[in-house]
Design a protein around this ligand. Structure first.
Ligand SMILES: Nc1nc2c(ncn2[C@@H]2O[C@H](COP(=O)(O)OP(=O)(O)O)[C@@H](O)[C@H]2O)c(=O)[nH]1
Ligand SMILES: [Mg+2]
Length: 408
């Protein structure tokens, strides 16, 4: 089974730590060789959502995770991540690496907006003394760039799009519009939300004023590419005050204090067997002191004092979890073949976990597993309660489900 189809875009200006974040997040937390975890494209990798594995809740002593990992009861569920090259002011007009790189954003479902919370990077991406720049302004400019970029794409063909939809006899205007905008990973639900939010639901598209089109595009960007602010370089003391200001300035956007460099250090030392650390943990434990030289020891002390004790974690894991679970509202479900033993056909215990949007039904899950299974769906069994549920049963977080289908 593939990593879920969610794509997380890592965006921000140059030198704020995007690549460090991306590298830390996509550094596999354990040795793994099989397919779902390989690098997909040069700037696309696999990160992980971390959740308590359902085997713990079920009182089992282990599981046989296959499409994901299970580290001491923590299920690490793969999601695709993309490192987008740095934005500079004016990128939407082609400045810097400009539109070519903004284009990468088309496919993203959620954006991790990385900023230098220490204020130590100029708008053009030049490192300066911490405290020189205001990360609040940085967030504003990046959101503006992204909004302008999307405006440029949608407004270009707007007249034609509007006329085509208005003069056709489609009843489902949001659906038709979403289809037109699907290249930007905009879905019908996003369009509906934006239309409602701007009060444009009942106005003919051709009659929208330029201001209304602008408002709509802003709203549809917000719905289709929601943002989580990664307040990076939180290890630099001056960042603390800036993080508070970011939270005040953007009350509707999650702001996560992050030290990507700390996470990278911890993951690498954990992989080398020097420390015990699972991504997102509030602390680490040295298990091979012979491999800790004085420089590493100093770094580890800094990570503990300035990051872990202060913020509870390095924030990398929390940022991914927030994006997928809180913002995109995904839940996890475990399909099984035997609802009593919680195994698949090969006898493996809880091998697979899928991320699906909250509200997904049993039948929709069947379709996600296999089109055939969706088409021949009879009923499902909730393995936790052993009860039969129908096609319209709305899946709950951490459900364990057997799909029963007719033989073809
Ligand atoms: N203090 C501190 N420096 C960091 C952190 N993350 C990245 N950096 C540094 O910031 C600089 C730019 O990092 P990079 O990941 O290349 O940024 P990008 O241009 O946004 O991809 C490098 O010198 C990193 O070592 C962090 O969490 N804390
Ligand atoms: Mg980079």
């Amino acid at each position: 089974m593939e990593p879920s189809n969610i794509l997380i875009g890592v965006v921000g200006k140059t030198n704020v730590g995007k690549s460090t974040f991306f590298t830390a997040a996509t550094e596999a937390p354990a040795e793994i060789g099989n397919r779902p975890f390989v690098t997909i494209e040069p700037n696309v990798g696999v990160g992980y959502v971390k959740k308590r594995c359902v085997h713990v809740e079920l009182g089992l002593d282990h599981c046989d995770a296959a499409n994901s990992l299970c580290l001491e009861g923590w299920r690490m569920i793969p999601v695709k991540m993309m490192d987008v090259a740095g934005l500079v002011p004016g990128a939407h007009q082609g400045r810097g690496l400009g539109n070519r790189f903004l284009d990468n954003l088309r496919r993203a479902d959620v954006l991790l907006l990385v900023v230098d919370a220490s204020g130590g990077t100029s708008p053009e991406g030049v490192p300066v003394k911490p405290g020189s720049y205001d990360p609040v302004e940085e967030v504003k400019f990046i959101i503006e760039e992204i909004d302008e970029w999307m405006y440029g794409i949608i407004s270009k063909d707007w007249k034609k799009t509007a006329r085509t939809i208005d003069t056709s006899d489609v009843l489902d205007v949001p659906g038709a519009l979403a289809q037109r905008l699907s290249g930007l990973s905009i879905r019908k639900s996003h369009v509906v939300k934006a239309l409602e939010g701007t009060g444009l639901s009942s106005k003919k598209l051709s009659n929208w004023t330029p201001e209304e089109l602008r408002l709509f595009i802003k709203a549809v960007r917000k719905a289709s590419k929601p943002i989580v602010i990664v307040a990076n370089k939180a290890d630099i003391p001056i960042a603390e005050e800036n993080i508070k200001r970011l939270k005040r300035a953007f009350p509707g956007i999650p702001v996560i204090p992050v030290s990507a460099a700390s996470e990278l250090l911890l993951r690498r030392l954990a992989k080398e067997g020097v420390i015990k650390y699972i991504p997102g943990d509030p602390d680490f434990e040295v298990i091979d002191a012979s491999k800790v030289d004085s420089r590493t020891e100093k770094l580890l002390t800094l990570v503990r004092e300035r990051v872990l004790k202060k913020y509870g974690s390095t924030g990398v894991q929390q940022a991914i979890n927030t994006a997928v679970l809180d913002v995109l509202k995904m839940i996890s479900v475990y399909p099984v073949d035997d609802p009593n033993k919680y195994t698949d056909k090969k006898g493996r215990i809880l091998p697979d976990v899928l991320l699906v949007p909250k509200g997904t039904t049993a039948r929709e899950l069947a379709y996600k597993i296999h089109t055939d299974l969706g088409e021949t769906f009879l009923y499902a069994i909730n393995a936790k309660t052993k009860q039969r549920v129908g096609e319209s049963y709305v899946l709950q977080d951490n459900d364990v489900i057997k799909i029963v289908a007719a033989k073809r």
